[in-house]
Design a protein around this ligand. Structure first.
Ligand SMILES: [Zn+2]
Length: 144
């Protein structure tokens, strides 16, 4: 391998890293955007319902569907983001597991794969936003 080739492969490695970094930042920005939109839509739903509690609910349903679509987008982007970092997140115990593994080393749960038919199915509390998840958790913990 000539010197120029060697230099070429070094800078290629560096540019791959830079590419991953900018891809990761890009994904993080998009996730944040979706999370902010979801909070806005929740507010919108609340306002619409408050103004007209006995009114037509199909409009609210459309907004709820919009939220679910954005949650699926977030789920996919989080998966891609973790892939860039080389790991999967266990859906049961939140452990970081090497992306080559199919099962969690800590709790044994099956790790989701983007190829799965049900990959985009949503758990009730997953993938709203960090802050609204806290909101929901706080809500459901009120009775203890
Ligand atoms: Zn686990």
């Amino acid at each position: 391998m000539g010197l120029l080739d060697a230099l070429g492969s070094v800078s290629k490695g560096a540019s791959d890293k830079a590419k991953n970094l900018s891809e990761a930042n890009n994904l993080k920005r998009k996730i944040l955007y979706e999370e902010e939109r979801i909070v806005e839509i929740f507010t919108d739903i609340g306002k619409k319902y408050y103004k007209n509690p006995d009114g037509e609910t199909s409009e609210l349903k459309t907004l709820c569907d919009d939220i679910d679509q954005r949650r699926r987008r977030i789920k996919k982007m989080r998966y891609e983001l973790n892939g860039i970092r080389g790991y999967k997140i266990c859906p049961k115990c939140d452990a970081e597991v090497n992306e080559r593994f199919q099962f969690c080393g800590r709790c044994g749960a099956r790790l989701p794969d983007i190829e799965d038919e049900d990959f985009l199915s949503l758990e009730p509390n997953d993938y709203y936003t960090e802050s609204s998840n806290n909101f929901f958790n706080a809500d459901s913990n009120q009775n203890y």
